[in-house]
Design a protein around this ligand. Structure first.
Ligand SMILES: O=c1ccn([C@@H]2O[C@H](COP(=O)(O)O)[C@@H](O)[C@H]2O)c(=O)[nH]1
Length: 267
């Protein structure tokens, strides 16, 4: 279970909080407190902090500091991608130990070439950081681009999955979990994207799976959606957990975490 921190204006209002950096910080810190020891990770969505400029980044830094202190794994949903030398600076910002915005893993976009992501690999190798590379995203608009077929017959989405598996196989023992994962929307039929879920890959491929809850996918169906690659799925829910206010948040996190554990327990 990965609990998203997406301080939308409407959600903040439902929590009795202002649509401000201070409101976003309060929500984020409450999510950390409710998730510690219960959820596998949290996923702050950077856009909702960035809209407040420097105050938003200060708020996010405080949320990240709480998470570090509580031992909660943080996936920074930042979706970075650029030419290699520029991407390396993004990697330093989000993955370098001691950076004010340090997280454990970040989401990255491979559309300027998978190899442009190599600036993150020193942080992955030396500091145990992780990447989640966008492969087949949960939004309906993505299908046209991500199902595009290359001259060798492979879809763009499947080629991203293959590159992540190849990187993990070259760096990790087969009985471990890889450091380079992919984003696969839980809203999708993955075979439509040319992604084969029949076989369990080794090392295990981490999958960040948004789309549960508000976007319509059900955690109870996780085993069916991810099949043989369901071993290292982080099922994300943001709005469906945050909706309902700060009161009762811990109970909602516990309930959703129990459901996803039950759904994927025998992987
Ligand atoms: O394919 C993707 C990649 C990222 N997201 C992000 O996940 C959350 C989903 O929020 P919900 O409220 O649970 O729908 C949000 O931060 C997205 O930016 C995604 O939805 N799909």
């Amino acid at each position: 279970m990965c609990v998203g921190i997406d301080p939308h204006a409407g959600l903040l209002s439902g929590w009795g909080l202002d649509d401000s950096a201070a409101g976003a910080e309060r929500m984020g810190r409450d999510v950390v407190a409710a998730s510690a020891g219960v959820a596998a990770a949290i996923k702050p969505q950077i856009s909702f902090f960035e809209r407040f400029g420097s105050a938003g980044f200060v708020a996010l830094e405080r949320v990240l500091a709480d998470a570090r202190e509580a031992g909660v794994i943080v996936v920074g949903d930042v979706k970075r991608g650029d030419i290699g030398s520029t991407f390396a600076a993004y990697a330093e910002a989000w993955l370098a130990p001691g950076s004010p915005l340090e997280v454990d893993a970040m989401t990255v976009a491979p559309y300027m070439g998978f190899d442009t992501l190599s600036g993150a690999f020193p942080f992955v190798r030396e500091h145990g950081k992780g990447l989640f590379v966008l492969a087949a995203t949960s939004n309906p608009e993505a299908r046209m681009m991500q199902t595009a077929v290359r001259p060798d017959g492979q879809t763009l989405a499947a080629s991203v999955v293959e590159s992540a598996n190849a990187w993990n196989a070259s760096e990790h023992a087969a009985d471990t979990v890889g450091s380079v994962g992919v984003v696969l929307g839980a809203t999708l039929t993955l075979s439509d994207f040319g992604i084969d879920t029949a076989v369990r890959v080794t090392p295990a491929l981490p999958v960040l799976a948004p789309g549960f809850g508000h976007q319509g996918a059900k955690v109870e169906d996780a085993a069916e959606i991810f099949g043989g690659i369901g071993y290292a799925v982080l099922a994300n829910e943001s709005r469906s957990i945050l909706d309902g206010g700060g009161v009762g948040l811990a109970g909602r996190v516990r309930e959703r975490a129990a459901l996803i554990t039950e759904a994927l327990d025998d992987r």
